[in-house]
Ligand binder design. Structure first.
Ligand SMILES: [Zn+2]
Length: 452
């Protein structure tokens, strides 16, 4: 075992105590569910811990959504590059309390894993950063910038707004966005793509008002039937694959795959029910558009009458892979929905939200240093994953700092069940990823020198 590995192993007791303290603070950034003081306590805990770990001027900064980001830095040695360390201290609500085997806000060890809300997402990554910094002590050959976001799980965009207002505070050569994880325990992985998103609301109108289905049903155009028919054209009838006229729906994924059995288990697909689409699971998840009807407004079963519906609407979400422009995707989806309307019914499509997909450039010195660090710690080459969701902050960072390399990594492997009841973390991943991070911070400056 190297000296660094031994130092980190010796810090794991402290990592557990730290994580237990953090998990005990229910820092859900939703004042309707938890008092805002809890988030302030978590923020202060983070500020104190990173001050002790050697960062300068660690403070709480209010962001446009009212949440507080914890911000600090460590000046670079002359001529050395700077690395930004990102994490967030807010957590998802526990959801169904009864579904938790042990209390969500008490770190509990079971079968070698540490259970509790936020043990992985993202308090496990906070402790990973702390452990890496403690292991390095004063021996850090790069400058550091640090930010712990306070409302990531709410999607209210506090830090995105703050970055836009204060770009100089986060300027760095490499950005370690630590809110993802390895493909599986023991396989060092970077997440290099995120899907983008286009949401629209489609409304169908057919009649001046509700009419009796006995007297008029048959010739009277049923708006709900028209909507069902319209929505069904967004999928291949045999395979269920997403089909949007004018969009490439046949992309392929080049990183590590996603085992079909594992996917079925992770997604809770019922026995005997087939998966939708064609190609590999990874193709469908990370390289092709995917449509979901998120909601439909129509008469409810209870209380419905013998009437032909005159209007119906649906919220349609389209996840788009890297390489697809959100504006072009929205235009294609709108054209498709308008063009597929049966019987001359009136269709209107209203734009809701849109977000761009993300793809990291992996040919720079930060990825070279990361690849070597992963290889040393895990004994195999760095793997690449995609992620189906989006992290809007990544787009803001990529736009604000076009020359910076962005690395998405962390301790959130699939068994962590982030956002679900019984979230947990594998402590060996905290140990190993802290080792990776420490090695990265030690070697990145040299990798960058060599790359010149
Ligand atoms: Zn997270």
């Amino acid at each position: 075992m190297s000296e660094l590995a031994a130092t980190i192993a010796g810090l794991m007791g402290r990592a557990k105590t730290d994580l237990a303290e953090l998990v005990a603070i229910p820092s859900v950034a939703d004042p309707r569910q938890y008092p805002p003081e809890e988030c302030r306590r978590a923020a202060q805990w983070v500020a104190d811990a990173f001050t002790e770990a050697g960062l300068h001027d660690v403070h709480l900064a209010e962001t446009p959504d009212g949440s507080h980001a914890v911000i600090g830095h460590r000046p670079p040695p002359p001529g050395a590059p700077t690395v930004l360390l990102y994490c967030h201290y807010d957590v998802q609500p526990p959801l169904d309390d009864d579904a938790w085997t042990t209390p969500p806000f008490a770190l509990t060890e079971r079968d070698g894993r540490w259970y509790g809300r936020g043990t992985a997402d993202c308090k496990g990554n906070i402790v990973m950063h702390l452990t890496a910094l403690r292991a390095l002590g004063d021996d850090i050959p790069v400058g550091l910038k640090f930010v712990a976001e306070g409302s990531e799980e709410q999607g209210t965009g506090g830090l995105e707004g703050y970055v836009a207002q204060h770009p100089e505070q986060f300027l760095a050569d490499a950005l370690l966005v630590c809110d993802t994880g390895n493909a599986e325990v023991g396989t060092g992985t970077a997440t290099i793509t995120l899907r983008g998103l286009v949401n629209v609301v489609v409304t169908v109108e057919t009649l001046a008002g509700e009419i009796h289905s006995g007297m008029f049903g048959g010739p009277a155009p049923d708006a709900l039937a028209a909507l069902i028919q319209l929505l069904s054209t967004l999928r291949d009838p045999a395979t269920g694959a997403t089909r949007v006229e004018g969009l490439d729906c046949e992309g392929t994924w080049e990183g590590v795959g996603y085992d079909e059995g594992q996917f079925r288990a992770d997604a809770g697909v019922l026995d005997g029910v087939g998966l939708t689409g064609t190609g590999t699971v990874a193709d469908r998840l990370w390289a092709r558009p995917a449509v979901t009807v998120l909601g439909v407004d129509c008469p409810r079963v209870v209380g419905s009458a013998a009437a032909v519906p005159p209007t119906a609407r649906a919220r349609v979400s389209l996840r788009i892979p890297p390489g697809t422009d959100p504006a072009a995707a929205r235009a294609a989806l709108t054209r498709h929905l308008t063009g597929a309307a049966p019987w001359g019914v009136r269709v209107s499509v209203e734009d809701e939200s849109a977000g761009a997909p993300f793809r990291a450039a992996t040919d720079g010195p930060a990825y070279a240093a990361l690849g070597r660090a992963m290889d040393e710690v895990y004994g195999k080459p760095l793997a690449f994953l995609g992620q189906g969701g989006s992290i809007p902050l990544c787009n803001v960072l990529a736009e604000t700092y076009p020359r910076a390399e962005i690395v998405l990594m962390g301790v959130e492997e699939p068994k962590c069940l982030i956002h679900a009841p019984n979230e947990s973390v594998d402590p060996s991943e905290i140990e190993h990823m802290a080792h990776v991070e420490a090695l990265f911070l030690r070697t990145y400056a040299d990798a960058r020198e060599r790359g010149r």
